[in-house]
Write a protein that binds this ligand. Sequence first.
Ligand SMILES: *Cc1c(COP(=O)(O)O)cnc(C)c1O
Length: 474
Amino acid sequence: MNNKPVDMLRNLPSVEEIIQNDQLSGLFTKYPRNIIVNTVRSVLQNNRQHILNGNCTAMTKEELREKILLEVKIKIAKSSNAKLRRVINATGVIIHTNLGRSLLSESSIRAVNKAASGFINVELNLNSGKRGSRYSPLENLIIELTGAESALVVNNNAAAVLLALGTLAKNKEVIISRGQLVEIGGSFRIPDVMVQSGALMVEVGTTNKTHPEDYKRAINDNTALILNVHTSNYRIVGFTRETSIEELALIGREANIPVMSDLGSGSLIDLRSFNLPYEPTAGEVLRAGADVVTFSGDKLLGGPQAGIIAGKRELIEKMKKNPLTRAIRIDKFTVAALEATLMEYRNSNEVISKIPTLNMLSITKTDLYPVARTLKDRLTNLKLPGINFNLIETVSRVGGGSLPTAELPSLAIEICLENEEISALATRLRLGSPAVMGRIQDGKLILDMRTVQPDEIDTLFEAIKNSYLPDRKD
Ligand SMILES: *Cc1c(COP(=O)(O)O)cnc(C)c1O
């Protein structure tokens, strides 16, 4: 049959013909009419384009109508599936921003559930019956855990930095080392945040070396703040010199200028116990003399997305009064989840097992071996032709722009295909439900077991089994 575009175009049904078709009548009770009409239009338009491009096999009028009806039904069904899907994180990146960063602790999950399913006293003082502060329960915990005089929590750390700069240094100068002009990703760049806040950035030193004298020389009557930014996601190594918080605090005190440190991840516990590089905790940085610190709630802290600001009462009080604080305030779920997360830190013996992010950081290869070995054996026992499973050693990453040089020895299931591109299998796994995210390395798919949760192992096994396509010949 000859399928000249013009002939085929004549066979295309009208929007009305499709909508009137009995096959779609059931849809009108489930979906709004305009959604159905728009879907029909879009399917017809796609088919018209296909025909014009000459990528359409010859079809009778009836065949084409049936094809279009089927496409409409599939498209509408797909549009009503939630786009947010559970993902099994087999990337080995613990704090994965694209996958939502930290998993919450059991107690945090319960707290969020409580906040979601009933009314809660998020801004009510139950003793007085009057309006209360949504920050006070969190504030007390942060004070207790960091030794700060006062604290405030906002939507994320980017907002915390913006609020601090806008409050303490609007139209005034902020001194920062050229080695710390960080870009975090998602277009958070220190120089841009500075502009947004209304502060005037004064860069000192060089990329690799900034001395105390560089800061001292830059101080003038219009200086409002000395800013230290954690170079979260990169390291400058070699011939280097940064001015320490202790040194900055001395300079600040002499000139009566506050010192702020944006810690980025801001751990509350010493990470050396996980064989990770030393990072000063928020409390240590405050004790070293910083007047204000800011850090994320969902990076190394292992809680919900939030930006924590802790430090001198006088400075925090000013920030609380800034109208911007209302615009970047946290919701009740964050209050609930963060309160529960911070409570876990009161019990330092248990915190590592309770907070998933810390737990994933602390797991060793030996811990992972039994689970990884069992999964590998179960997969091998399926005896699927053309696919091989190996247990291999690999290296996990902390992620989230934290500890960029840290390498965590880990175990992974390696999948090799004999007759198919590995990316095809990776795509099928990614499009499954739950989705599975691994990483491709040297033509193999690596599923790092460190970030797969214990209760996800069976689901992962099924997902891999289901992603296998039998009868595949070259
Ligand atoms: C991650 C990070 C931020 C941004 O924090 P969010 O909580 O993602 O908004 C800001 N500063 C530094 C140094 C960071 O590492």
